[in-house]
Design a protein around this ligand. Structure first.
Ligand code: G6P
Length: 498
């Protein structure tokens, strides 16, 4: 390189975050614009972080096709707080066929179930795949028009597995590319079920840095590369992969939540009032123990197995009837995929059946709602819960478990009942009450243990959990990933100079 000596980055690089899901949705009706925020821990956490560092966020401009204005693809956000730090949001617009085949198709009928070990739910076809490739091209084009020398492109998640390699021919070498894979990475024995395994891996090896939540996923990823791409050379200790397009470093960066923000929200007047209305609207008896779950309505979250475990608990612990209320807050998601719409029906039916079986004149065991719950109310609900059941069948990380801990206080903390199948379990281990979500007997014992736990033990576990999740608070996570990609770029340049 002929860069002058000392040409190091003394300024922070500009960041271009790229994700499928946008952090804000703008819909125009004539001159009126409505701004809404999609659910999902990922986009809200990253939003706060990007506001701090500034930069650009490129995402699919989903919304009501009649109401989005296609040429208005670039806005400054957040729109409601212009005095705060802001960034630019650029949209990639997709037509209906693209949404069907790329988002509902390859992303959520192939990659999502594949990576969550739900192979019987995978539905793959060539149209899904070809559209997935085309949409990744659209994203790569959008990135290329915005990226300039020394920028960092930071892709998020499984919707954009091919874009990194596509960027290779579109960007100059001094733009760094990194990606965070927010869902599990499965073993090769599962991943090889995908007819496009090799192309997906090559796509991801277009990244300079590829990040996952826990060491298990890193190991699986490297094993997949080893099996599918025989010419790749892997340094297992550093996680470096040397391949025909360059070098990719694979590292572990667990993602956490914003502890202060949750703690603040949980104690606001709006939160307390919201909680009071929630309790009144759903006829919840304040004197009962409150068990809580909050999930996107996804088959990976284990909602049905949780309901069966609760049913079994009520069957075998009749003394608890009338003494506890289980609140399940669910957010509808990906409803045009049959596996999701069927799940919604099954959950509704299971709740109705269990309530019918056990309810009395003035009590019902399960409150199930899919209504929107404001953040303040949600965090106040987390704070007031005696037990939080986070029992996915498989989950990349699970931020709900961390949100619950963040909302609790030391005085009289609730208990986290946590599936061994969630990424976060690898980190907090036995500080939570661990359950194997598929095992009803163990699940019931977990609920019994949580209900009878002494305050001293609850405090001890709470402190341990809280101490642990502080290490990867979302702002720390953002800085660590960005520092790492910057340091890789710097050492790369130095090597080129030698
Ligand atoms: C998971 C994925 C995210 C996704 C979120 C919501 O957390 O890892 O990438 O945004 O689910 O799902 P949706 O399909 O609505 O974006």
């Amino acid at each position: 390189s002929d860069a002058p000596a000392g040409d190091q980055r003394d300024e922070e690089p500009a960041v271009i975050v790229v994700s499928n899901r946008q952090p804000y949705r703008h819909e125009w009706d004539g001159d009126e614009v409505t701004v809404s925020r999609p659910t999902g821990g990922l986009s809200s956490g990253l939003d706060a972080a990007l506001r701090e560092v500034g930069g650009t966020w490129i995402a699919w401009g989903d919304g009501d096709a009649d109401k989005v204005v296609v040429d208005d693809d670039c806005v400054t956000v957040p729109p409601d707080a212009p005095e705060d730090e802001q960034y630019t949001l650029n949209r990639v617009w997709l037509d209906e066929d693209e949404v069907d085949n790329y988002y509902y198709g390859f992303s959520n009928r192939v990659l999502w179930p594949l990576c969550h070990n739900a192979l019987t739910t995978v539905r793959s076809n060539v149209q899904y795949w070809e559209t997935y490739r085309d949409v990744n091209e659209h994203f790569a084009d959008a990135i290329a028009t915005r990226a300039s020398a020394d920028d960092v492109v930071w892709l998020q998640d499984y919707h954009l597995a091919l874009a990194p390699q596509m960027l290779g021919s579109r960007l100059s070498e001094d733009v760094s590319v990194t990606q965070f894979w927010h869902i599990p990475w499965p073993s090769w024995d599962t991943f090889r079920a995908c007819p496009h395994a090799e192309e997906l891996l090559r796509g991801l090896l277009g990244n300079d840095l590829f990040c996952v939540h826990v060491p298990r996923y890193r190991k699986h990823f490297l094993e997949c590369v080893d099996a599918a791409l025989p010419e790749a050379v892997i340094d297992w200790s550093t996680g470096q992969v040397f391949h025909r397009d360059g070098t990719t470093t694979v590292e572990v960066f667990p993602l956490g939540v914003d502890l202060d923000r949750i703690d603040r929200h949980a104690s606001t007047a709006e939160g307390r009032e919201g909680l009071e209305s929630f309790v009144a609207d759903h006829d919840i008896d304040d004197d009962t123990e409150l068990l809580l779950s909050v999930d996107r309505l996804d088959y990976s979250k284990g909602i049905l197995t949780r309901l069966f475990a609760l049913e079994h608990f009520l069957e075998t612990n009749p003394e608890w009837r009338g003494e506890l209320t289980f609140v399940q807050v669910g957010t509808e998601s990906r409803s045009s995929i049959p596996a999701y719409s069927e799940l919604q029906t099954d959950i509704g039916e299971a709740v109705a059946r269990i309530n019918e079986r056990f309810a009395t004149a003035d009590w019902k065991p399960i409150v199930y709602t899919t209504d929107y719950v404001a953040n303040e109310t949600l965090y106040a609900l987390f704070r007031s819960a005696d037990i939080c059941l986070v029992t996915p069948l498989r989950d990349g990380m699970n931020l709900v478990a961390q949100e619950f801990v963040a909302a609790q206080t030391d005085a009289d903390p609730g208990v986290l009942v946590l599936s061994t199948m969630a990424g976060v379990h690898d980190l907090v281990g036995d500080a939570a009450v661990s359950v194997a979500p598929y095992d009803t007997t163990q699940f019931v014992s977990g609920i019994e243990e949580a209900l009878s736990m002494s305050v001293d033990e609850r405090r001890e576990r709470f402190r341990e959990l809280h101490g642990e999740i502080q290490h990867y608070e979302v702002s720390v996570w953002v800085n660590e990933v960005l520092d790492r990609i910057t340091s890789l770029a710097t050492s790369d340049r130095e090597q080129n100079r030698v």
